[in-house]
Design a protein around this ligand. Structure first.
Ligand SMILES: Cc1cc2nc3c(=O)[nH]c(=O)nc-3n(C[C@H](O)[C@H](O)[C@H](O)COP(=O)(O)OP(=O)(O)OC[C@H]3O[C@@H](n4cnc5c(N)ncnc54)[C@H](O)[C@@H]3O)c2cc1C
Length: 589
């Protein structure tokens, strides 16, 4: 096993990880930063983000507006001190990206263009056509190249955190090309490993989005927070789950059911006119739109496609010029994967799991409860998304809090003691023995069988609407799946080079634990709020009992311990969450 010493290890080469690496170098160019990613950074899932990134820029917008849209969008489960910090820094980060070369879309006069997104009073989503994530990631990646202190470990899979003397002191990684183990020692570790959407069978996420970082932190005693809040995006292609960006609706696309009726008006999001109206109809928040689909499906108002029910996303009235200029990727995706040219036909869409609102519990400085361990980006729960993330807040989050994590870790390592060489070596060796045993296991079930059962269980029982019987079933099924995984899975591939079957088996361990945290957290939240909606008598928001964060803590092979902690409310007392016509009134008061 090769040992490499750095000051900071960053696990994740997506937007949050790269921004953290740059920030650490800016804070202290002498620091050695190891940037580890299981894919080459430009293949990180940030690359797939389409619609845009939020930041107040228009004269008719304000930080208070952004704060209010975020807090009400999150159904008052956001930590308001952290949201305030966030909204104050988004635009600065967008401008910084511009200076580093991000090609933001512009108006004819050359100024920055921003588009509407769901749940926003005013346009504030910066975009680069509909390839925003690609351009942001590319900008961050090429900027990172100018810092010699960043050493990259591309296609290295982090399989274990190493904790000694009550603080994290490194990670154990597998070089994917060779299967060799590397002990990466460091005084601080930043987890920037992205979300966990793949625990559901229908999702918009890439195959790599498997909750690894959440699993790593959780296994070392760090709580996962608010895991019951899983976002369904209302417009994905049936079957593949490929995302059709909210940017379409931001540009004016409409949703209709099988009868051509704009059904959102029947779910408190209307009236239709005047249109387009912020925070109404297709510009409502994602949780409400996905819930409306669920009802339409049950009423028999959806279309039937080869891959299940769908509604129509209609862009035709925008005209070919606008569609091609603002939504070129969507045009290509719709043609390639649905055989539809959106200039001439509506695109069939349905909800699919998209985003993990919860994650590794951190404070507003991205510190976890384990000294030296930080988390940023979608793997973390820093407190800004509450019960429902506002579209375009996540790309802003990865740069705002990626930077915070890099700076905080750089500061921490100045005073942290040296790493404990001998005991880390012993720990790493013990982890190697466990991972080798998994690699060599000759009996047991297939990884794919367990993964499929996991996805179906989550989809069926922990979906858009939940109830006690389904959640109880999910908890017991997941416990059983975990036990089956622990008993050992059978791998056909015994090679060391690019053994993706072995890596999938490791990922599955984290996925099962993350899913368990989701199901148990959901079961204990006996109310309906944002993306967590119950049908079994807990159909209303209950601020008296549940204006609290959920913490899931691991208890070995047992079910997680669930507890609750207060939410930080500073200036916005909880009130009715209103959209559509009622929402407009709410804005005016
Ligand atoms: C299709 C799609 C479109 C989206 N569009 C938007 C949008 O328009 N606006 C918006 O605000 N948000 C959007 N989002 C959400 C947003 O893109 C993500 O939340 C965000 O990009 C996550 O960035 P990240 O840096 O946290 O993680 P990622 O970009 O997912 O990066 C995770 C990194 O961790 C690494 N990693 C993971 N596990 C390991 C391991 N075990 N070992 C080593 N490395 C590991 C990966 O290799 C990767 O480099 C979209 C999401 C999807 C799925």
């Amino acid at each position: 096993m090769e040992t490499i010493d750095s000051d900071i290890v960053i696990v994740g080469g997506g937007g949050a990880g790269l921004r953290a690496a740059i920030a650490a170098q800016e804070a202290d160019p002498k620091l050695k930063v190891a940037l580890v990613s299981k894919v080459v950074p430009m293949r990180s899932h940030t690359v797939a983000a389409e619609g845009g990134s939020a930041g107040v820029i228009r004269d008719d917008d304000s930080l208070d507006n952004h704060f209010d849209d975020t807090v009400s969008g999150g159904d008052w489960l956001c930590d308001q001190d952290v949201v305030r910090f966030f909204v104050e820094r988004c635009t600065e980060e967008m401008v910084r990206l511009e200076h580093w070369g991000c090609p933001w879309s512009r108006k004819d006069d050359g100024s920055i263009n921003v588009r509407f997104f769901g749940g926003m009073k005013v346009q504030r989503t910066w975009f680069a056509a509909d390839k925003t994530g690609f351009h942001m990631l590319h900008t961050l990646f090429q900027t990172s190249l100018k810092y010699p202190g960043i050493q990259r470990f591309d296609e290295f899979f982090v399989a274990e955190l190493l904790v000694e003397d009550g603080r994290v002191q490194g990670v154990l990684a597998i070089e994917i090309a060779t299967g060799k183990f590397f002990l990466l020692r460091a005084k601080a570790v930043i987890l920037a490993t992205g979300g966990a959407g793949r625990v559901y069978s229908q999702n918009t996420n890439a195959g790599i989005v498997t909750g690894d970082g959440m699993g790593l932190a959780y296994r070392h005693g760090v709580a996962l927070r608010d895991m019951e809040f899983v976002q369904y995006h209302p417009t994905a292609l049936p079957g593949s789950g490929i995302l059709i960006t909210e940017g379409c609706r931001g540009e004016g696309a409409i949703l209709t059911n099988k009868d051509g009726h704009r059904y959102l008006q029947d779910y408190g999001l209307g009236p239709l006119d005047p249109w387009p109206r912020p925070k109404a109809m297709e510009l409502g928040p994602r949780d409400r739109l996905s819930q409306a689909f669920w009802h339409e499906e049950r009423k028999g108002n959806t279309l039937t496609t080869r891959h299940g029910s769908a509604v129509n996303l209609d862009l035709r009235h925008l005209g070919a010029k606008k569609i091609h200029e603002r939504l070129p990727l969507i045009t290509e995706v719709a043609k390639t994967f649905a055989g539809i040219d959106p200039v001439h036909d509506p695109i069939p869409v349905r909800p699919a799991v998209h985003y993990t609102m919860g994650g590794i519990a951190t404070n507003g400085r991205t510190e976890t409860s384990l000294p030296g361990l930080y988390a940023a980006g979608e793997c973390s729960s820093v407190g800004i998304h509450g019960a429902n993330r506002l579209g375009s807040n996540s790309l802003s989050e990865i740069v705002v809090f990626g930077r915070v994590a890099g700076e905080a870790a750089a500061q921490y390592v100045r005073s942290a003691g040296a790493t404990s060489a001998a005991s880390l070596e012993r720990q790493a060796q013990a982890a190697v023995t466990r991972l080798e045993a998994l690699h060599q296991h000759e009996r047991g079930e297939r990884v794919a069988v367990l993964r499929e059962a996991l996805g179906e269980c989550m989809e069926k029982n922990v979906g858009i609407y939940r109830e006690e019987s389904g959640l109880a079933e999910a908890c017991s099924t997941l416990a059983e799946l975990r036990a089956r995984w622990r008993a050992g899975v059978k791998l056909d591939d015994r090679s060391r080079a690019f053994n993706t079957e072995w890596l999938s088996a490791i990922e599955l361990g984290s996925m099962l634990e993350v899913a368990e945290a989701m199901a148990h957290s959901a079961r204990e939240r006996k109310e309906s709020r944002g993306a967590h909606q119950r049908l079994d008598g807990y159909t209303e928001r209950d601020d008296e009992r549940f204006l609290v964060h959920t913490l899931a803590e691991r208890r070995g092979d047992e079910a997680p311990a669930i507890s609750h902690r207060p939410v930080v409310i500073t200036t916005s007392a909880p009130r009715a969450r209103s959209y559509g016509g009622a929402g407009t009134k709410a804005i005016l008061t």
